[in-house]
Design a protein around this ligand. Structure first.
Ligand SMILES: [Ca+2]
Ligand SMILES: [Ca+2]
Ligand SMILES: [Ca+2]
Length: 653
């Protein structure tokens, strides 16, 4: 084919061959250099969803910027420590995936296994949707998904125990296991969800931030207890539970309903968040993205911080130190040495203009030392450069799809080769130009919400609802309180039972309904005297009046039906602390030509003012986007699995 790209499947297969081929030939000879074998398992928080620089299977989201990859990189900088790192982590993996597909990749040679797991078992993405996602979040939905996750925690602990037991059966007793905890999924600021927009008490109110944080801490504590119990068993490879990831991320979590200026976790509609320097002085930068699989995942800085944490907290584990010591003590020029083992990290998928550091540090001598590295950087079979160093930085100024190779030579002249795939394209993703729905934008997910063949990441009319909450909600309550938004229409029948003894009556509603812009009187009774109350039409997010209940517990206020309100049935609420009552009002269909008094028919100007065009124009002029409701409804109909975040970037004072 003209593009010169291999298919994704071929690339993945090639990567498997390279890695599989290089892993096998470890010498058991007493003079051979020892290799430190690192295997990464786990879910998206291990693979690196959200950190970019992906390689291999596009569905796996394995990133060269993942914490484990970076920690392995750091290990590789240590003297006498050839590190061979392979990741089997996979976006979306549950404990069962580790047991069934990832664990079989672990061998008795493996020295270190690292992973995060459990988030998907307890419905991570459902929690994020129900608790934080505009048009999906609700007090009830968030609470139920957090409660369901809590109920599932014991099952996750049981499955994790099984993973540890199976690892213990496979690994040597001096191997080690590192289980990383998760960051908490919300900042430590109350984030109050209110059902039905304004009803904020009892069962209709939920602090999503507190609930989700509590869940994370509980899961972490349970895993901690499990690992401690596991380690008590005699003769098992020791497991380390890194329990303080949530402390590391403190203040850098996503801010629901807002944006944390110092976040290390990608919020909705962004990816590859990066903060330089990390801390609380510089604002986080990010790349726009419609890829739901990266939302609410650590970005570039998040993973880098986790890796740095492991470097300082774990450093070199005992087995790594043993490998180092053995290699340092091995004779420099033994007789009758075995052949070396060559290793080249990769594969790489990068944009045009990027460099790739070809990395053969995982190579090991069968005796003596590796003394030279010959490099074939363009895949033509001829070696272009020779170095004494195990890495080589190669710029790729143009599109390319090459199998790069290294030939290592040890002290006695014996050699071995290894290769890896390098795919360079305009956008830097694995999808060939001809098949790519955003050929110039990195979009590994290829997501296309409206199905028009143009990917969401490059579609100016992707079908997503507007990125701002409806303007009608300027009356939202105090700091930290977030209410359901105007783009999330409230069905007429989905209302709480009116509080007992309270009633709302509407006075002055003509047969056929009140016209938009007309007035009616809202009367209520049975409320607590002196309480503040709000009169609202929640279906389109209108606050009609802020009032105070009278000393006799009643209320009577004349309100104007907003100009922008669509014709049909709407529910008017009177809401006071711990009390609500409502009544349905019909808004009349606009009479053609009635605005502006054109009914007089004067001067033959009727042609322009009659018909639906005049009415719609009036709605648009009201400043309320009435189209938001049908858009949201249509998207809801597409399926609840879609992440349709609205990322509201609010300016801070
Ligand atoms: Ca592409
Ligand atoms: Ca693309
Ligand atoms: Ca599209």
């Amino acid at each position: 084919m003209a593009s010169g790209f291999r298919s994704v499947a071929a690339l993945v297969a090639a990567a498997g061959l390279v890695l599989g081929g290089a892993v096998t030939a470890t010498a058991a000879d007493g003079d051979a250099q020892e290799v430190y074998h690192v295997v990464q398992m786990g879910d998206s928080y291990s693979a690196g969803n959200g950190a970019g620089d992906y390689y291999g299977d596009p569905a796996a989201y394995r990133s060269h910027r993942s914490w484990a990859n970076l920690y392995a990189d750091w290990l590789s900088t240590q003297p006498d420590l050839p590190v061979q790192y392979v990741s089997y982590a996979h976006s979306g993996a549950e404990t069962s995936d580790i047991l069934e597909t990832q664990l079989p990749q672990v061998s008795p040679d493996t020295d270190l296994v690292m992973f995060t797991i459990g988030g998907n078992d307890v419905g991570f993405s459902t929690i994020v949707e129900n608790c934080f996602l505009v048009a999906f979040r609700s007090a009830d939905g968030c609470r139920s998904s957090v409660d369901a996750a809590q109920a599932d925690l014991s099952g996750v602990v049981e499955a994790t125990r099984k993973i540890l037991d199976e690892l213990a059966a496979k690994l040597q007793p001096d191997a080690q296991i590192v289980i990383l905890g998760y960051p908490l999924l919300a900042t430590d600021t109350p984030y109050i969800l209110c059902d039905y927009h304004v009803i904020c008490w009892g069962d209709y109110e939920y602090d999503a931030s507190a609930g989700v944080r509590q869940l994370g801490l509980e899961a972490n504590a349970l895993q901690d207890t499990l690992v401690a119990a596991y380690n008590q068993q005699p003769g098992v490879p020791q497991a380390i539970h890194v329990t303080d990831i949530h402390d590391l991320f403190a203040g850098h979590e996503p801010a629901p309903g807002d944006s944390n200026l110092y976040r290390w976790v990608d919020e909705f509609f962004e990816t590859e968040t990066q903060q330089v320097p990390p801390g609380f002085s510089a604002e986080t930068d990010y790349r726009d993205s419609a890829d739901k699989f990266t939302f609410w995942h650590p970005g570039i800085t998040g993973h880098a911080q986790e890796a740095a944490h492991l470097e300082s907290e774990l450093g070199l584990l005992p087995r790594a130190k043993a490998v180092q010591a053995a290699n340092a003590a091995a004779p420099a020029d033994p007789a009758g040495a075995a052949a070396p083992t060559a290793w080249l990290a990769g594969p790489y998928v990068r944009p045009v203009g990027a460099s790739v550091v070809l990395d053969a540090r995982g190579s090991a001598a069968g005796g003596g030392r590796i003394v030279s590295y010959e490099w074939d950087t363009d895949g033509d079979g001829a070696y272009d450069q020779t170095t004494a160093e195990p890495t080589l930085t190669v710029p790729f100024p143009a599109a390319a799809d090459v199998t790069a190779s290294v030939r290592v030579a040890q002290t006695d002249g014996q050699t071995a080769t290894a290769s890896t795939q390098v795919l360079i394209s305009v956008d830097g993703d694995q999808v060939p130009d001809a098949a790519d729905n955003c050929p110039t934008v990195e979009n590994v997910s290829q997501s296309d919400l409206d199905g028009d063949g143009v990917g969401d990441d490059c579609d100016p009319t992707s079908g997503y609802p507007p990125l701002q909450d409806a303007p009608g909600f300027s009356w939202q309550a105090a700091a930290g309180v977030e209410q359901r938004v105007g783009a999330d229409p409230l069905p007429l029948d989905a209302v709480p039972a009116d509080s007992p003894g309270r009633a709302v009556t509407l006075v002055g509603v003509p047969a056929g309904g009140v016209p938009a812009g007309g007035q009616l009187t809202v009367s209520a009774a049975g409320f607590a005297p002196g309480d503040p109350a709000q009169v609202s039409i929640d279906s389109e997010a209108y606050l009609l009046a802020d009032v105070e209940i009278g000393t006799d517990g009643t209320l009577s206020v004349t309100v104007t039906v907003p100009e922008g309100l669509s014709a049909g049935a709407h529910r008017i609420y009177v809401t006071a602390p711990a009390t609500v009552a409502s009544a349905v009002v019909t808004v009349a269909t606009a009479v053609p030509g009635s605005p502006g008094g054109s009914g007089s028919g004067s001067g033959g100007s009727g042609s322009g003012s009659a018909g639906p065009g005049g009415g719609r124009g009036a709605l648009a002029a009201s400043g309320i986007d009435v189209s938001a409701a049908p858009i949201a409804a249509g998207i809801l109909a597409l399926g609840a699995g879609l992440l349709l975040a609205l990322r509201a970037r609010r300016r801070r004072a």
